[in-house]
Design a protein around this ligand. Structure first.
Ligand code: AMP
Ligand code: ZN
Length: 472
């Protein structure tokens, strides 16, 4: 299998540290607001990765953090705390906010058939692990204590400039110090907080714990290093995040982890590109912030959203529009319909000729190749549609589709039989009236009836054997 490593910026052959085990850490949610369809893209991506690894015979141990601790709004340590902002907005305590949005997140992911991680770990339940890690960094001279925070000293970690970008680091040092009151004692503007103290604007910070350096709370994402090491070991195979994590979050995670252990932290850094809505960044102020519930409320199956995500490669930006979702919904319905038909045509299989076996294997191979090639899901979907059009038997198609769906996760094995509802008499009458008008070439009047039927919730389908209606 090949994966794009955003650290080396190249596609690399993937070999785990201890095959067949794979240690996978998927950076989790900051639970201060509702999970949205952009999050869905990242976590469905993780799900495809995990299912693909399992398909290729790996045993995946999947760990995910929940950032339920005070987490600053931006990487520059400025701005208001995200959790407190969420709490104020919704009139709850920070703990209630965290639990509420954690539940909401996992329920949203369930609706998208995202498998739950092997281990979900909350930052607030791992404070002592984070304190231990910070202590180690202090012992090694890679961190320093100040009146406002314990900082990581980026100049002491060889290779930080490479990770962060040499020029960017210079600019940061030379540039105006951001409006960082609490950054007053930083030795270098790029030094980042490992532990915040309750001083200055953090004096009333709601979540805080005892520590060897005064009561306070952990800096952003020291939790990822501490919990990744705790559950998966000092070195792991894959760590994932959204592309916004590449520039700052990950250099800092690498520096603080490798600084403490002296070992490589992560083999492959995998990052998902963003989902945009109508070509714009999703935000509440633009009114284009959608949750999974919003999708359901529009009468769309959440799995249509999952299908939509799969239509783009994870490293490309994906633009959400309701039209595009509707097209994905139609494709999913068509796929479900074909699975239903195939199921009704299943026969006992006779011994397969070599030629047929080769055809089946060729489809399986092409599907696997698409996934093995840095998770090319659009290509994998193309193989599905080609398979459906091919002339192999219904039984073989059905078996292959369900096999492929172990990775696609569209729930095709659970597709229900179509419910055939009787068409009410008045609708049937209108349909017959329209047929008669069409025969008489009275197209204007027949079109009026089509519209009337539409208003009553029925769409006419003209077929060679005669017109029928279906519920809209
Ligand atoms: P958050 O906790 O909100 O920072 O986000 C959790 C994860 O979702 C991070 O890995 C983000 O990079 C990712 N993410 C946030 N918004 C989007 C988006 N619009 N598209 C794709 N991934 C996103
Ligand atoms: Zn992380």
């Amino acid at each position: 299998m090949k994966l794009y490593n955003s650290l080396t910026r190249s596609i690399e052959g993937f070999t785990p540290i201890n095959p067949p085990s794979v240690s996978l850490y998927t950076c989790g949610m900051t639970v201060y607001d509702f999970a949205h369809i952009g999050h869905g893209r990242k976590y469905v991506g993780d799900d495809i990765l995990r299912r693909t690894l399992s398909r290729f015979g790996y045993q995946v141990k999947h760990v995910q953090n929940v950032t339920d601790v005070g987490h600053l709004s931006s990487d520059a340590d400025e701005g208001e705390d995200k959790m407190e902002k969420g709490a104020k907005k919704y009139g709850k305590t920070v703990w209630e906010v965290a639990q509420f949005y954690t539940d909401h997140f996992y329920e949203s992911m369930d609706a998208l058939r995202v498998l739950r991680p092997t281990i979900v770990c909350k930052a607030t339940e791992h404070i002592s692990d984070q304190i231990a890690l910070i202590s180690k960094l202090l012992e090694k001279g890679l961190a320093y204590d100040t009146p406002e925070a314990v900082y990581f000293d980026v100049t002491k970690f060889a290779g930080y400039a490479e990770l962060f970008g040499r020029q960017k680091l210079e600019d940061k040092k030379a540039g105006v110090r951001e409006a960082v009151v609490e950054g007053e004692h930083k030795k270098h503007a790029a030094d980042f907080a490992l532990w915040f103290k309750r001083v200055g604007r953090f004096a009333d910070h709601a979540m805080h714990w005892d520590s060897p350096w005064e009561d306070g709370f952990p800096g952003w994402h020291i939790e990822c290093s501490a919990m990744s090491m705790k559950y998966l070991g000092d070195s792991i195979d894959i760590h994932t995040g959204g592309i916004d994590h590449i520039p700052v979050h990950h250099p800092n995670e690498i520096a603080q982890s490798e600084g403490a252990t002296g070992k490589p932290f992560v083999r492959v850094w995998l990052h998902y590109n963003f989902l945009r809505v109508d070509g714009k960044k999703m935000s509440k102020s633009l009114g284009n912030f959608y949750t999974i519930e919003d999708v359901v409320q529009k009468g769309v199956n959440p799995l249509a959203l999952r299908y939509f995500y799969l239509t783009a490669h994870y490293r490309s930006e994906l633009n959400f529009t309701w039209e595009a979702l509707s097209a994905a919904g139609s494709a999913l319905k068509e796929l479900q319909g074909q699975v239903r038909t195939l199921r009704s045509q299943l026969q006992k299989r006779n011994a397969l000729s070599d030629e047929k076996l080769e055809k089946i294997d060729a489809f399986r191979l092409r599907f696997d190749e698409a996934l093995a090639n840095d998770m090319n899901t659009p290509q994998a979907l193309a193989v599905v549609w080609e398979l459906l059009k091919s002339n192999i038997t219904s039984q073989d198609k059905y078996d292959l589709i369900l096999d492929f769906d172990e990775v696609l996760g569209l729930g095709l094995a659970e597709v229900k039989e179509a419910v055939v509802e009787a068409v009410p008499d008045d609708i049937q009458e209108l349909l017959m009236k329209r047929e008669a008008l069409r025969k008489a070439k009275k197209y204007q009047e027949s079109d009026d009836i089509r519209k009337e039927l539409q208003q009553k919730g029925y769409e006419i389908e003209d077929r060679p054997e005669g017109a029928t209606v279906k519920k809209i």
